[in-house]
Design a protein around this ligand. Structure first.
Ligand code: OAD
Length: 254
């Protein structure tokens, strides 16, 4: 641990957490990297091998839904094989203990939810359940009426909504689409009221998610960043902890 992080920085971050009344966490693809889920922008990340403008846009879905569906079905199968890691688990236990505020995630992989359910056991997962502002890959949604449905394996014909017959799609935000305004408002309000925002494993370049920690700063709070690299946000962070989320978070949130 000491080899990875200067001890004093970790201590400073721990003190900030101990002194904070309200804590919010914003997570990105980096927290799931150690679970084997590819990130988006690192070397080997998804966007390096695929063109998002062809695969993850609302225009592409309208033009060629099968190609978009096939890509998401591949990602869905991939994610289903992945397990939450020590970072997800430490965060889930932390917010379960606190019983308030919570996790805002850009990830659609469902690993925070699984960690929350595991941590809660027979009890309610409460504050450990994330606000998934970019949606959830394991769910479908009707492109016409919005009704949500459990995902099914992709067959020869594309899935249709049982309620209205409209085209179903993965329940995730595609490029060119707005985020769910209620979820975003909840996330922004948590951040604006927080004394501290933990920003974990995100390159902090995709808006509006990247603006969430800034709401904490504007409200007079601080930022603790956990990332293997420097990011757009590092300069604004009160403390920046350089290391893997699966190692740093258990040490930080113990
Ligand atoms: P990125 O791929 O842009 O960034 C991942 C970040 O995680 C980088 O800053 C890495 O340095 C860091 N990282 C990698 N491994 C790590 C580890 N083990 N521990 C800690 N940090 C690590 O992913 P996001 O910021 O999540 O949106 O991307 C944001 C959005 O861009 C995604 O939600 C997605 C994409 O477009 C949608 O699909 C709507």
């Amino acid at each position: 641990m000491e080899r990875i992080l200067p001890h004093s920085e970790l201590e400073r971050a721990r003190e900030l957490i101990a002194g904070a009344e309200r804590v919010v966490a914003l997570t990105g693809a980096g927290i799931s990297a150690e679970s084997g889920v590819p990130t988006f922008r690192d070397a080997g990340g998804l966007w390096r091998n695929y063109r998002p403008e062809e695969l993850a846009t609302i225009g592409a879905f309208e033009r060629d839904p099968r190609t978009v569906w096939e890509w998401y079905a591949w990602r869905r199968g991939f994610v289903a094989e992945c397990e939450p890691n020590d970072g997800h688990r430490a965060l889930a236990r932390f917010f379960l203990r606190r019983g308030r505020e919570g996790i805002v995630t850009q990830n659609v992989d469902g690993l925070h939810t699984r960690a929350a359910l595991d941590a809660a056991g027979d009890g309610p997962p409460g504050a450990a359940l994330p606000i998934e502002i970019h949606g959830a890959i394991a769910r479908d949604r009707c492109n016409r009426c919005g009704q949500r449905a459990e995902a099914e394996p992709l067959g020869d014909s594309l899935p249709r909504c049982e309620a209205c017959g409209g085209m179903r799609r993965p329940d995730v935000v595609l490029f060119g689409e707005m985020l769910d305004s209620d979820l975003l408002a909840r996330a922004q309000s948590l951040a604006a009221r927080a004394d501290l925002c933990l920003v974990i494993g995100t390159s902090a370049v995709v808006h509006p998610a990247a603006g969430i920690p800034l709401a904490t700063l504007q409200g007079g709070g601080g930022i603790v960043e956990v990332n293997t690299e420097r990011t757009e946000l590092t300069g604004a962070a009160t403390v920046a902890l350089r290391g893997e989320a699966g190692v740093v978070l258990p040490a930080l949130l113990g």
